[in-house]
Design a protein around this ligand. Structure first.
Ligand code: CA
Length: 239
């Protein structure tokens, strides 16, 4: 296991972008916002830096010379080493953006060019908060509250008892609301990329989790999206 980040160290962001002016512009603004930056112009260099420098977050451009950003993201997600790495994908056009969203690449967020430095910094901070890199933030959603430090879940103020897998599943879903995750991706992110279990396993644990949340009504937050997977959405819980 990797040691948790020392609190004094700046958050390290790896910028994977082959267009030098864009990469340097991003690096400049991130440095100004207090981040430590690393730069890679291709996937090969990105992987070296990931191994040597262990960044907290990677900004990955869609179009790269040696491999697409999408392939790189998928590759990183398959590797347990990068379990705690947050990834934001940069896309040049809205249709790429749609593809990324639909393809379960494993990115935590997507940003379409051109974006303002302020928007970029805000997205990075939001992703880091969600991925828990920023500490053990209590997650609140609708009537649910999950406290990672106390390993405790409250629904409408009452404690809910969950098995370890249900807990991890809920933690992941609450950290990534309003997004559809396929069973395959949930297996990767909740069970780990190197574990070989059937996709049906996900359904079993979702069922258990819903059952545990039933009394509070929060079971409706976990929605089945036919042919796609599951979504955590307290907002449209009645839809
Ligand atoms: Ca590019």
């Amino acid at each position: 296991m990797i040691q948790s980040k020392q609190t004094m160290a700046a958050t390290k962001v790896l910028i994977v972008e082959d267009e030098t002016p864009i990469r340097e512009m991003i690096a400049f603004h991130l440095a100004r916002a207090g981040f430590e930056t690393l730069e890679a112009a291709d996937c090969r260099r990105a992987r070296e830096l990931l191994a040597d420098e262990r960044p907290d977050l990677a900004l990955v451009d869609w179009m790269l010379p040696d491999m697409s950003g999408l392939e790189l993201t998928r590759m990183l997600r398959r590797d347990q080493e990068n379990e705690n790495l947050a990834i934001i994908m940069l896309t040049a056009r809205a249709d790429e953006h749609d593809k990324v969203t639909g393809l379960d690449s494993g990115a935590d967020d997507y940003l379409t060019k051109p974006f303002s430095p302020r928007e970029l910094v805000a997205r990075i901070q939001a992703v880091l908060r969600r991925s828990g890199t920023g500490g053990e933030t209590v997650l609140k959603s609708g009537t649910l509250e999950l406290d990672p430090a106390g390993h405790r879940v409250l629904a409408g103020g009452a404690e809910v008892r969950l098995g370890p897998t249900e807990y991890r599943l809920l933690h992941f879903l609450m950290a990534h609301p309003e997004r559809v995750y396929s069973r395959t991706l949930l297996l990767d992110r909740v069970w780990g990329a190197n574990v070989y279990i059937e996709e049906r396993t996900v359904d079993v644990h979702v069922r258990r989790l819903r059952k545990a949340l039933e009394r509070s009504g929060a079971d409706r937050y976990i929605q089945t999206v036919r042919g796609a997977g599951y979504r955590f959405s307290p907002r449209n819980a009645d839809a």
